[in-house]
Design a protein around this ligand. Structure first.
Ligand SMILES: Nc1ncnc2c1ncn2[C@@H]1O[C@H](COP(=O)(O)OP(=O)(O)OP(=O)(O)O)[C@@H](O)[C@H]1O
Length: 792
């Protein structure tokens, strides 16, 4: 209860709000200009809500006819700067004041807090708008904020009462009370900021005009007025005739509508000068221009487009590109639209790219905001990040989201937006390499996802995809085909999720292609493999995984028959080695064949047409599903070992295998064992080189160890000294931890649980610091293990 007897309800801020306010106040000083934009944006939202509600319930409009925002700034009788921002929007009941301004209902707020607390202030500045924490920005400039609000009259709330929310910047609580002035607002909300002494500059009308011009003037469809006073010289006669009570206007400054012009008297009549100074009060319409999307694109500056985007979509970063156009939907709905490409994706985009839906298509009808939620299928999922403002001229104003779904307009709008977005992106690709690089970084994978998801726009999306190759950093598939060699009938690619193109470029699989001058796409993103598997071909040229069987250069000098003959001859020549190897490595590969892809490497493991490449295998084991299915087990085994007949190692091995004495000649078990080891190292090395895991890495290294010893002439059987000190016998005594208080700890601070010399220094929160009373009633300081304490 205050001195005027108004009962005041005191509420503690929800703890997150308290944290948030602290961050806002402490770390956003350099961004404090934002407060005005945030409050105007809230006022605009409240007016939009009212307008929308009034389409179905006219009653809500009663109380205040005009829908507008007014701003008044002055210095009060105590010398404090004050700014009053008032709107005639939907208003808030006392419950809503508490819920909206005293708690944070937003999802993502915790994330914001975590990030804000861990980042520098610039990062926080960017976050504040994105997370919709607008109202709290008022505490950047105000020591105290009063929010008086009168909710709109409605069937649920036929007798609304004006309430006030009041809070100081340093208080951990806020008050709610009925406004002692009564219901003066007619309807809507009035926010009074009692400015901090160092924020009085904001009472300057020029400063306010500058901020509104910069951030808000173009985005609101509702008029924003600023109260001003200026002194003018007027002829005395005119003065007399224009006002009976010159002081009235000053008293009347709370009457905010329209334009009030009046005069105050400060001269003495008897001197009868020709003119005299009068104070003229005026409400200046700050956003007299139509909203930006209604204007002729030629009259809108780049800055205006950017600021409009930032204010509307709450993004501190500038958009990459936009397109402003008017059109006709084809179903007779004419519209104006601005489509923006943001410079980043929301953090959540990749968390669930195929389930979220767009909330950023702001649909208006004749300047009245209708909705920004056009339902699940407003756009294909890949395009959820597109930001659009669209104003339709010929839809009925009372169109609801439900009826919208059934209009043809929405469907047409979807294809119009997509068409323009794709055109914009293609244009950037052609015209602006620097920007295109930026777009690729952010959206490169989005285009690949789109090409898989959106079959209708597939061709255009494929046109936007780029890939690294062994010859250049980035190529489109069309450019790749333009660079194909005579006879080449495949698009060669090598995929290894999470690798780097420069590493892939050295892969065993592409050594021959590379040496011969063929271009190979090097795919390192998880989506790449899915992309090529889905597309299967581009312009009818199939993709060929060079880690799989089936590689054809297309310029083979010999006819397929001759080639077969050659292969047969080589296979015949190498038969002893192939047979021997097949037996040795049958657990790991299905077959061993002569390779046509290897140049310097001795061997490689490739996947058969039906098998998994190392990359797919990696993806399969990363995903939850699949690995256990029989199909998976089958596919895993479909590997082939290819050996390079020109490799001296292979040639040497062939000789050694051929020299092995047969059963009749009397087997040389030692030589056999030695060769077995060579085979084992060869296959494991080939697996590793080809990106697969070796079946038993311990065994692998043991053999390597033996082979190394042999080559160094060290005895293969000489044991390593493996003696270690064994652990003492089992301790059968009951566990008796030393009381930590008995330990002499340097600088022991009660309650500080992680002393440097503590035997428990690596354990978290091991003890509770508790007070206990002994039998004589004296306090005893004791530390208990946390778990014991819990059990007690
Ligand atoms: N002038 C107002 N009239 C009516 N309700 C308001 C007004 N200002 C704030 N509110 C209510 O208080 C809530 C919290 O406002 P706040 O500015 O903190 O976040 P927000 O407006 O929801 O998010 P954002 O600032 O990103 O739009 C709003 O969602 C709205 O319901």
């Amino acid at each position: 209860q205050d001195s005027a007897g108004v009962p005041k309800e005191k509420h503690d801020y929800q703890s997150d709000v308290a944290r948030l306010r602290k961050i806002v106040i402490n770390s956003l000083y350099s961004h404090r200009d934002v407060f005005l934009r945030e409050l105007i944006s809230n006022a605009n939202d409240a007016l939009e809500k009212l307008r929308l509600t009034s389409l179905t319930d006219k009653e809500v409009l009663s109380g205040a006819e005009d829908l507008n925002v007014t701003i008044k700034a002055y210095t009060d009788e105590d010398g404090n700067g004050r700014i009053i921002i008032r709107d005639t929007g939907i208003g808030m009941t006392p419950e809503e004041l508490t819920a909206n301004l005293g708690t944070l209902a937003k999802s993502g707020t915790t994330e914001f807090l975590a990030r804000a607390e861990s980042t520098d202030t610039t990062g926080t500045g960017n976050l504040i708008g994105a997370f919709g924490l607008g109202f709290y920005s008022s505490f950047l400039v105000a020591n105290r904020v009063y929010v008086a609000s009168l909710a709109a009259k409605s069937a649920h709330n036929p007798e609304p009462v004006q309430y006030v929310f009041s809070s100081g910047a340093d208080e951990s609580s806020f008050e709610i009370y009925s406004d002692p002035r009564g219901s003066t607002l007619g309807r809507g909300t009035e926010i009074t900021l009692v400015l901090k002494p160092d924020a009085v500059e904001y009472t300057n009308p020029h400063k306010i005009t500058e901020l509104v011009d910069k951030h808000s003037s173009f985005s609101s469809a509702f008029p924003i007025y600023l109260y001003t006073q200026r002194t003018e010289q007027v002829p005395i006669d005119e003065d007399r005739s224009s006002s009976e009570d010159p002081k009235a206007a000053i008293e009347d400054i709370d009457e905010d509508e329209a334009i009030i012009e009046d005069i105050s008297d400060d001269t003495e009549e008897e001197k009868a000068p020709e003119t005299k100074s009068v104070t003229v009060e005026e409400w200046i319409h700050m956003n007299s221009q139509p909203p930006i999307w209604m204007r002729d694109p030629k009259s809108v500056s780049e800055e205006e487009y950017k600021s409009f985007y930032q204010a509307t979509f709450k993004d501190y970063e500038e958009p990459v590109a936009w397109h402003h156009f008017s059109g006709d939907s084809g179903s007779g709905v004419s519209f104006k639209a601005i489509i923006y490409v943001p410079s980043h994706l929301d953090d959540s985009y990749w968390q669930n790219p195929l389930t979220s839906s767009s909330r950023d298509i702001r649909l208006m009808v004749k300047r009245v905001f209708i909705t920004s939620d056009l339902g699940e299928d407003a756009l294909p999922k890949w395009a959820n990040w597109v930001k659009v403002v669209v104003d339709a001229e010929d839809l009925p104003l009372n169109v609801s989201r439900e009826t919208l779904q059934s209009t043809r307009f929405l469907k047409q709008l979807r294809s119009i937006i997509l068409k323009h977005i794709l055109q914009m992106l293609a244009h950037i690709a052609e015209e602006d390499s620097e920007k295109w690089e930026q777009v690729q970084k952010v959206f490169g994978n989005v285009f690949k996802l789109g090409a898989v998801e959106d079959t209708k726009n597939r061709e255009k999306l494929v046109g936007l995809t780029r890939f690294a190759t062994n010859q250049r950093n980035s190529t489109s598939l069309d450019e790749y085909l333009g660079n194909r060699k005579k006879g080449q009938k495949q698009i060669f690619y090598l995929a290894d999720m999470g690798s780097k193109p420069e590493i892939l470029a050295k892969s065993v699989f592409i050594e021959k292609l590379h040496a011969r001058g063929y271009e190979v796409l090097l795919l390192t993103e998880p989506l790449d493999e899915i992309f090529v598997q889905n597309l299967r071909m581009h312009k009818r040229v199939p993709f060929q995984d060079v880690a799989k069987a089936g590689l054809r250069f297309g310029d083979e000098d010999v006819s397929p028959e001759e080639e077969k003959e050659e292969e047969k001859a080589l296979t015949e020549q190498y038969k002893p080695l192939l047979d021997w190897l097949k037996e040795e490595v049958k657990e790991v590969v299905r077959d061993v064949i002569i390779s046509n892809r290897l140049v310097t490497s001795s061997c490689a493991v490739v996947a058969d047409m039906m098998g998994y490449t190392a990359n797919v295998e990696k993806m399969m084991s990363a995903s939850q599903s699949g690995p256990k299915s029989p199909m998976h087990e089958f596919a895993k085994k479909q590997r082939i070992m290819e050996i390079n007949p020109r490799s001296p190692l292979i040639q040497g091995l062939l000789r050694r295998v051929e020299q092995l004495p047969t059963e009749e000649e009397g087997r040389d078990l030692e030589a056999e064992e030695e060769l077995k080891e060579v085979a084992s190292v060869l296959i494991d090395g080939a697996l590793v080189r080809s990106g697969f895991n070796v079946p038993d890495s311990n065994e692998f290294f043991t053999i390597i160890d033996r082979v190394l010893r042999r080559s160094l002439g060290v005895s293969e059987t000489a044991p390593t000294d493996t003696t270690v000190k064994p652990a003492p016998p089992v301790d059968s005594e009951p566990l008796n931890l030393q009381d930590p208080l008995d330990v002499e700890w340097p600088d022991y601070v009660p309650g500080s649980l992680r002393q440097p010399d503590s035997p428990f220094q690596h354990e978290e929160q091991l003890f509770w610091d508790v007070e206990e009373i002994d039998e004589e009633g004296n306090p005893v300081k004791k530390l208990h293990r946390a778990s014991e304490h819990d059990e007690l």
